[in-house]
Write a protein that binds this ligand. Structure first.
Ligand code: GDP
Ligand code: MG
Length: 162
């Protein structure tokens, strides 16, 4: 059985960019979940010779209405069906109320969670991620999904958590 890694977080933090980084240029769709294609999409991935499925989700928002609520529900399903959760926040913006609400949802899921501080495009920005310890998810992984910075260390940690 191939392990499943779910990528969740609020809108615009770079989840899909990170997923594309993880799967490389292939962007091979393993499985489109019917009817919710844009909201929860699974891709085949590999790192250090280990295969896994990475699931991209729509932006999770608490107390969302209508379509946003369905997207949030899909993110919660992704968490429920994952072996490891990659929780992405904007490392430049720092922790928001929405991030804190997402953490409460993740705690209910009871899955191992890795905290990614995305958009850390240079080493100069790295001290900013210390603010994310307040989320209570342990050490934040500074990553630039756009440029690939830190993604190898993140993937090593993902495999270690599987
Ligand atoms: P999603 O809504 O969480 O899936 O976010 P997207 O992957 O669509 O990215 C939202 C925006 O953030 C896009 O304009 C990306 O180019 C940008 N972005 C994503 N990752 C990074 C990053 O590591 N650094 C910077 N500077 N921008 C990023
Ligand atoms: Mg996206």
């Amino acid at each position: 059985l191939v392990p499943v890694v779910a990528v969740v977080g609020r809108p615009n933090v770079g989840k899909s960019t990170l997923v594309n980084r993880i799967i490389g240029r292939r962007q091979a769709v393993v499985e489109d979940i019917p009817g919710v294609t844009r909201d929860r999409v699974a891709y085949d991935a590999q790192w250090s010779g280990r295969r896994f499925t990475v699931v991209d989700t729509g932006g999770w928002e608490p107390d969302a209405k209508d379509r946003a609520a369905r997207i949030a529900a899909q993110a919660e399903i992704a968490v429920a069906t994952a072996d490891v959760v990659v929780f992405v926040v904007d490392g430049v913006v720092g922790p928001t109320d929405v991030d804190e609400a997402a953490v409460r949802m993740l705690r209910r899921g009871g899955k191992p969670v890795l905290l990614v501080a995305n958009k850390i495009d240079s080493s100069r920005q790295e001290p900013e991620v210390a603010a994310l310890w307040s989320l209570g998810l342990g050490e934040p992984y500074p990553v630039s999904a756009l440029h690939g910075r830190g993604s190898g260390d993140l993937l090593d940690a993902v495999l270690a958590a599987l």
